[in-house]
Design a protein around this ligand. Structure first.
Ligand code: FAD
Ligand code: SF4
Ligand code: SF4
Length: 411
């Protein structure tokens, strides 16, 4: 198959780039390794209270709907680059596409298939919707080991096992939109994640709210107090990230305001180092938030289970006196970390910026090899709207590169 651009990654960046390229008349194909499109944004809830909080989560539905109207733009899920070659400035990529899937209209979520599957999370539910997915990346058929256990046990005939296929794609350009990894909060054991009941991450709370499962995790108890702890895995040289993740202050304040609108008596405390406001209109959001919640400029030294089983935060107060305060729930505001796209070994070396992301230190979309571009959080921490802005920039630069290639300027 010949296309002008191969987009790697079907998160908001890859999707908005596919749209922008199509507006410029550039033919592209997108590969996404997960069984669904949307990347991390597919886990986020709309944070509107009585008014829109401009969190950007709805941009995903917007781009998915725009793309559904374009003909001849393949969006391949369950797909990854298996091999790569470059011949006379053309990229020849072999894409593995898993075609097995769970037919959600037939599946009644009985869970039998998950019980017989020999691989952890080859069949999985996400926290953000009630659907069951089959990951071709994990399924052992991808390793050449024959298995039909899930299809055989399913009483509904909902598991559709199909041979995977290899697709040869030739393009003049590749856009790397492979995104980020959320910081793993268990790497900071003193903050109690996965050790202390009642301690969650912002990503978990967002997903629970999206799937309407937030109330059940409270075990029928009322939520009276909640604390957010900022900069977990960001601005923290000890954990290998001496940079600001740019999104977490906005994420916590918006989540806090959303919860306050649902639980008006909720007491909210935000522990922070410095509130970062990279977004337009965020000052206004902060002004409103300051009326509804308490901001404490101190980073907790420990989060542990208190005597009543509720989590408690230990921190240095203003007068340098150690304080211990219990909360019903504590939310760790996790940051953005680089992710390895796991390309074949002979994929051209790309630049790494100071923070370990792909590309340069500024907002440039060049990846360090002619014809290869990078955009979104693969290039560095960004909000959804900033990913879309960078995708617009990438589309125009890719178009310029393709035009110059056609004119033979790079021979
Ligand atoms: C807890 C949390 C909450 C957030 N909330 C907000 C918010 O409210 N508002 C906001 O503006 N921003 C928010 N953000 C930031 C937001 O998540 C990012 O801006 C956005 O998800 C970045 O989109 P992306 O497409 O660059 O990356 P991703 O969302 O990571 O998508 C990348 C995609 O590429 C795929 N991929 C990776 N490697 C390959 C490969 N080799 N082959 C094929 N596919 C591949 C991945 O499977 C994934 O689908 C939040 C971030 C965090 C951590
Ligand atoms: S066994 Fe079939 S119906 Fe039951 S969860 Fe699996 S796919 Fe769905
Ligand atoms: S075919 Fe086997 S390994 Fe693959 S998802 Fe089904 S049970 Fe799991």
């Amino acid at each position: 198959m010949k296309k002008e651009v191969l987009i790697v990654g079907g998160g908001i960046t890859g999707l908005s780039l596919a749209w922008e390229l199509s507006c410029l008349g550039v033919d592209s194909i997108l590969v996404e390794k997960a069984p669904f499109l949307g990347g991390h944004v597919s886990q986020f809830t709309c944070k509107a209270t009585d008014a829109c909080q401009k969190c950007g989560a709805c941009l995903l539905e917007d781009y998915l709907s725009r793309l559904s109207r374009i003909n001849n733009l393949p969006l391949l899920v369950n797909s990854r680059i298996d091999s790569f070659d470059e011949v006379h400035g053309k990229f020849k990529t072999l894409v593995f596409q898993g075609q097995s899937k769970v037919i959600n209209e037939k599946c009644d979520n009985c869970g039998l298939c998950k019980k017989v599957c020999p691989v952890d999370r080859a069949l999985f539910h996400t926290a953000f919707d009630s659907k069951l997915y089959l990951s071709s990346e994990k399924c052992i058929n991808a390793l050449g080991i024959h298995c039909e256990a899930c299809a055989q046990i399913c009483p509904q005939g909902a598991v559709d096992l199909q041979e995977s296929r290899d697709i040869e794609i030739e393009t003049s350009s590749i856009a790397v939109c492979s995104g980020f990894t959320p910081f793993d909060a268990s790497q900071k054991p003193r903050l109690g994640f996965q050790r202390t009941p009642g301690v969650f991450t912002t990503l978990e709370i967002d997903s629970l709210l999206r799937s309407n499962n937030f109330q059940p995790v409270l075990n029928q108890e009322e939520l009276k107090s909640i604390a957010f702890v900022q900069c977990v895995g960001s601005r923290d040289p000890k954990s290998g990230a001496n940079y600001c993740s740019q999104i977490c202050c906005g994420v916590s304040v918006r989540l806090a305001r959303l919860l306050k609108s649902r639980y008006p008596d909720l007491e909210i405390t935000i522990f922070y180092m410095d509130i970062q406001t990279f977004e337009r209109h965020f000052d206004e959001t902060m002004r409103r938030a300051a009326k509804d919640m308490t901001f404490i400029r101190s980073m907790p030294s420990e989060i542990r289970a208190g005597e009543n089983g509720k989590p408690e935060i230990v921190y240095q107060g203003n007068d340098d006196v150690k304080q211990t305060v219990p909360f019903d729930m504590i939310v760790l505001s996790i940051g953005i970390r680089p992710a390895d796209p796991n390309f074949p070994r002979n994929f051209p070396a790309m630049w790494k910026n100071r923070e370990g992301f792909i590309g340069s230190d500024d907002q440039d979309v060049a990846a360090g090899h002619p014809g290869i571009f990078v955009a979104g959080t693969a290039q560095g921490p960004k909000s959804i709207t900033n990913c879309v802005s960078q995708a617009i920039l990438a589309a125009s630069q890719i178009k310029r590169y393709l035009d110059r290639t056609k004119r033979g300027e790079f021979k």
